[in-house]
Ligand binder design. Sequence first.
Ligand code: SF4
Length: 351
Amino acid sequence: MAAVELADLLHYPFLPEAQKILASRGISVAGLSKTGSGKNYLDKAAERVVFAIDGKETYPSDISGDNISDIVTYVLARVLVSCTKDRRTVERFVRAEAKRVFSYLKQEQNQTIKSRVCSEFGISLDAERLSVLQYVEMAANIREEKWRLINREVSAGQVSISADELEILLSEKIRVYLGSSLPMNVPGAIEREFAPWTEKLLIKTQERTLAEFGAIDESAYPPCIQALIQGAAAGVNLTHSGRFALVSFLHLIGMDASQIEGIFARSPDYNPDMTMYQVDHILTNEYTPPSCATMLTHGICVSKDSTCEKVSHPLNYYRERKRYLERKRRLEEAKAKKAEEGAVSETKNEG
Ligand code: SF4
């Protein structure tokens, strides 16, 4: 196996070699907030997560002269997002880190390091073909039709791929790899110790969600989500995919766990403990809310309307419908204002 230098680990801090460096420097996570340098690392780790929540493409490398700072902040950032127990925060962090790694890998001049990193992902950067198994695994979350195995050229158990496609698959593989062990199980004592940093991250995520989706507007929910809410309120035992679609949708548009639990509380046979367990489990462990195609496969795409024809994801439906309702409301307000001004001027003329 190729030797990996410290400078390389700054770009690829997920490599097992990075963990060894931290251990060799005697840096441990517990008790970190009790020292000035530890607090400094935690601040930088939180800043790294904030960059990700804000959707910034790259987090700048530390230029303070502390040559292990980027590794420490990466490790701590993983702990902090795990402490949030918030799927949106975890997902944003993973996406940003994956983009960062991918961009370093694309620019990597050192072939030895390139091979080492790719071997960690189990892929060769020069591959023109992948085994069916590997292909299916890597393309599992890509929804476009052309990625379906049925639409690929397969020969002797190998799927042909172009260089551009390999890049897409590799970036997807990096995202899955970095997210596979998140959120981690963090001991309660560390969760409590890091709470001041975690709470700030949760506020940031909530602000970002609000900026992205605006205030929650029930009248803009897609038909599938409305049906699931009605089902939950009527005490229908939702399937796992139905419950997941509902909870992940509501969470991504800005509801917290207690607000979501409130939806299930409308049911006549509401069980608070069971609901809390199920909602928390989904918010902590599952990621991407299902697309329309997946909803259809699970039989929970129902009562489609004309907006559904323009979207491929319930979240896009919600955005689209919100924009439409907002425009309509503004037009009505402008009309009402004009009518009011007309009435005032008429009264003045009569006077
Ligand atoms: S098309 Fe999409 S948004 Fe519309 S009901 Fe089906 S899953 Fe929901």
